[in-house]
Design a binder for this molecule. Structure first.
Ligand SMILES: [Zn+2]
Length: 265
């Protein structure tokens, strides 16, 4: 299957290829529990997760830098009020874009080829990636819009962590770096071009160094065989019982005990 902008997110391509977001649906990240059942329901179109405003704001900024903002607005009329004005979160997105464009150094990282699609083989299966800004021979850059760059996140049984590992962007960097290497023979550094939604937006270029990427790749290696068995139908997906998809499909057959309410603690 040849991937392009029209079929990249299609069901056919999601079945044929692994992607970082699909991997995270199955396995989760430090900050969000994965759900094998939800991942499979989504893969086969039986569950369509709602696009959150936060995700739309990210896509808005992405599409601006890709040069496809007009198309994005057409596809997402929800960004406008009934009067045809931008809703507040998207006015804020405009402010973030203006802040980014005011910084020459940040813009250098955003100057690569936009939304570049590549495929490769990792741990016995085909993977697809889409790079926000690819500067051949120089860097792989992913643009992220977030609440805060510097606030630490608390994870139970783990402690405080930074946004990169909380959302497992190290996994994204690891997979992108390896697939670019397979396509070009070059191992390029992975950067997150980060901008915040704060009243006064913060901007930083974060180098996710190779030691973190190598560690992340070995985690992907360990988790991929089970995902492939589930995708192939050889193993039943487990339900997390906590996500929207599990709640939507819950069928009650008996009461639970008061003990079950604290079982996770
Ligand atoms: Zn679930």
């Amino acid at each position: 299957m040849n991937l392009n902008n029209d079929n990249y997110y299609s069901q056919e391509s999601n079945i044929a290829f692994m992607s970082v977001s699909q991997y995270k649906n199955f396995v989760g990240s430090l900050g969000r529990l994965g759900c094998e059942y939800g991942a499979m329901e989504e893969l086969y179109g039986r569950w369509i997760p709602k696009k959150s405003t936060a995700m739309l704001v990210g896509s808005y900024v992405d599409s601006y830098f890709e040069g496809s903002l007009a198309h994005f607005k057409m596809e997402n009329p929800d960004v406008f009020t009934q009067k045809g004005e931008l809703k507040a979160p998207f006015k804020n997105a405009e402010k973030i874009i203006a802040r980014i464009e005011r910084d020459e150094y940040f813009m250098k990282y955003m100057s690569g080829h936009k939304q570049v699609i590549m495929t490769g083989d990792l741990f016995g299966t085909d993977w697809k990636i889409k790079i926000d800004s690819y500067i051949p021979d120089v860097a792989i850059v992913d643009l992220k819009v977030m609440e805060s760059i510097t606030d630490l996140k608390w994870v139970k049984d783990y402690g405080y962590t930074d946004f990169v590992r909380y959302w497992n962007y190290d996994i994204q960097g690891a997979v992108y770096q390896e697939i670019v290497r397979q396509n070009t023979g070059k191992r390029l550094p992975f950067y997150i071009a980060a901008a915040t939604k704060q009243e006064e937006p913060d901007i930083r270029i974060v180098h996710v160094t190779d030691n973190y990427l190598q560690e992340a790749l070995s985690v992907v290696e360990a988790n991929t065989p089970r995902i492939l068995r589930i995708k192939g139908g050889g193993e039943q997906p487990e339900r997390c019982e906590l996500c929207d998809c599990c709640r939507h499909n819950r069928v009650l057959t008996k009461p639970i005990s008061i003990m079950d309410l604290t079982a996770g603690i």
